[in-house]
Design a binder for this molecule. Structure first.
Ligand code: PLP
Length: 434
């Protein structure tokens, strides 16, 4: 076999389908979030505004979080020194696990090297230990959950996305006695829609099923202390296993589960993808703990309020300008394109003409024909940044002849109107949206 040609062909197929991924060479600027330096080529750099980071609150650049990491790195070094089975557990990891258990009101928690690994390890261990387990999995569950479910070897049935009637039919058919695990997410990150956690917990109780909830896109961002949507809805105690990441709302790296002690201990003891890999570094654990602590506090609540305001303002402003924002109740702002090539072209044009970075979202992350730009406003995006984004997107939509919605909004007319009304553009957009 011609190995090199084989791989070139494989890449050629992606390119032909217009979904070959190109990573932009960026340097995040810790002092000026949401700005980053774009390495345009070997000799040229340019400042750009990031509009698609999953460091939703900018915690990865928070001075106190950075300080916690630097202090721990100086004290303990930069690596963990091995798997926890080989090298023991570094104390910052023990402290982080206590912090996370407290965040979710659970007796214990277990930290992994990423959210992806948490789902792989926990779902595969839990479902393979339960005899004849049936996993009921939401159709939109993340790849890491699907991989964990597959690895468990347990039977899987998929319920239509957020369709509780369908879930109930499957639960009923399985019968009360059979061990069952309902696996779902609180906030689905590509559409930004939110699960009805309380109603799923009701069904789990009625049909005697365990619940496994991925809160990856909600931890830090929702709830009184940043425990996620289940925290916001007061449902944490009704969920058996809560899984989260340290890499998005908490701005660092790593993942975890929080649950009753026997479940945590079983995953610790049986999951190969926990046992056979080097633990998270103590410096990362210390940084993550600081981020969790900050987001549990009063200042965390203020940051969440500002985050929601900027996200809602962005949605309103884009919609008012006639851009096809896909509606949802969360901080995610998906703008529909519906074609892989045009989605990439829109992303390139935003970067090159307007110094705005938004990664195109194509298949297999979303279904073909639903390609989109996924915008994630943060508390650091000002109203002025939002106004700039609206103008840039309108320009790109016009240049690429992408369809506007029926909305009468036109950004140039809007700006003139704002001048006439002696208010700022964002103020006008906000009024229009109210
Ligand atoms: N779960 C969901 C729903 C996700 O969207 C992701 C990643 O985006 C993960 C888990 C994996 O988390 P991490 O990025 O920490 O590996």
């Amino acid at each position: 076999m011609e190995y090199k040609a084989f791989f070139e062909d494989a890449l050629g197929r992606l390119k032909a389908e217009k979904r070959y991924r190109v990573f932009v060479d960026l340097e995040r600027d810790a002092a000026h979030f949401p700005y980053a330096r774009w390495h345009r080529d070997a000799d040229t750099t340019e400042d750009v505004i990031m509009w698609c980071s999953n460091d939703y609150l900018g915690m990865g650049l928070d001075p106190q979080v950075i300080e916690a990491m630097c202090t721990a790195a100086c004290r303990h070094g930069v690596g963990a020194g091995g798997t926890r089975n080989i090298a023991g557990t570094n104390h910052p990891l023990v402290a982080l696990e206590a912090e996370l258990a407290d965040l979710h009101g659970k007796p214990g928690s277990l930290v992994f090297t990423s959210g992806w690994i948490s789902n792989l390890a926990a779902l595969s261990a839990i479902a393979s230990l339960l005899p004849d387990c049936l996993i009921l999995s939401d159709a939109y569950n993340h790849n890491s959950m699907i991989e964990g479910i597959k690895r468990s070897g347990a039977e899987r049935q998929i319920f239509r996305h957020n369709d509780l009637d369908h879930l109930e039919d499957l639960l009923k058919a399985a019968g009360r006695e059979r061990p069952k695990l309902i696996a779902f997410e609180s906030l689905y990150s590509m559409d930004g829609d939110i699960a009805q956690i309380g109603k799923i917990a009701d069904l789990a109780e009625r049909y005697n099923a365990m619940t496994y909830l991925d809160e990856v896109h909600a931890v830090g961002l929702y709830g009184r202390r940043g425990g996620g949507i289940a925290d916001r809805d007061n449902e944490m105690d009704r969920i058996d296993v809560i899984e989260g990441t340290l890499a998005k709302g908490f701005g660092t790296l790593g993942g975890y589960i929080a649950a009753d002690l026997p479940i945590v201990d079983a995953v610790r003891s049986y999951a190969a993808s926990f046992i056979f890999t080097t633990a998270l570094s103590p410096a990362l654990a210390a940084a993550a703990q600081k981020a969790v602590q900050l987001l549990k506090s009063e200042s965390g609540a203020e940051l969440r309020t500002r985050h929601q305001r900027q996200a809602m303002l962005t949605k309103h402003a884009l919609s008012a300008a006639g851009l096809p924002v896909m509606p949802n109740q969360s901080h995610i702002v998906p703008v529909f394109v519906g074609d892989a090539e045009r989605c990439k072209a829109a992303s390139d044009m935003l970067l090159q003409r307007h110094s705005i970075y938004i990664q195109p979202i194509n298949y297999p992350t979303v279904a073909r024909g639903t390609e989109r730009l996924r915008i994630t406003p943060s508390p650091a995006h000002s109203d002025g940044h939002i106004a700039h984004l609206v103008e840039a997107l309108v320009d790109v939509w016009q240049a690429l002849k992408l369809p506007f919605t029926e909305t009468t909004g036109n950004v140039v007319a809007f700006r003139r109107e704002a001048d006439d009304a002696h208010c700022t553009f964002p103020e006008l957009v906000k009024k229009a949206a109210e």
